[in-house]
Design a binder for this molecule. Sequence first.
Ligand code: ADP
Length: 225
Amino acid sequence: MRNIPVITIENISKCYDKNNAFVLKDVSLEVKKAEFIALLGPSGSGKSTLLHIAGLLDDPTDGTIFIDGKNIKKASDDEKTWLRLSKIGFVYQYHHLLQEFSALENVMLPQLIRKKAKKAAKEKAFSLLRDLGLKDKANAMPAELSGGQKQRVAIARALANDPILLLADEPTGNLDPETANLVFKDLINITRNNGMSVIIATHNYELSEKTDRKFLISEGKLQEK
Ligand code: ADP
């Protein structure tokens, strides 16, 4: 069977405004199955911009994206929405958990939106929370969880529909260094065990050392380190 890259980013450029400079210039990146990739660069260098384009949340000014071999230029809006919901998971710096739902319910929600049966969604949510060390916190409300625990729930929620690609934008940026380290390790383990590919934006060079490949964005260009 042909080993199709999970995502191919081909000669992407991005300019938000005609009068502004290009944020990304001719950026290309291919991510294989189960690869864990770090995107490094200072604040404002274009990491989020690249993740938004990779996650089909924004269009590039130029260039093409292939998700699981599918050329996005040829995809309808409905197809893009389907790809985003079924193949891509997102984790942000802020957890964005729904406060009125328990940890378990927060992880069940994206599955119920995809019409999964409630029992199966609950089992999946529980198994993800267990794998992330939150077996005893499944019924806790977000307000009852620490910062690291909330971020773990956000990771479980992003993985709930078995995406092939996880896009993480500074997911440990709000955590103290020790907690950041632990959450990062768990993120690597759970995605490796499930054969998922990850692109993680971070300005933490120490954590990036644990990834398979690292890239620096500088002046709009992507450079492998
Ligand atoms: P990073 O994630 O590395 O901090 P961003 O991708 O957020 O960088 O931003 C890169 C550049 O693009 C910055 O100069 C920022 O001001 C600009 N930018 C980001 N989003 C927008 C937007 N929606 N409209 C205009 N400019 C933007």
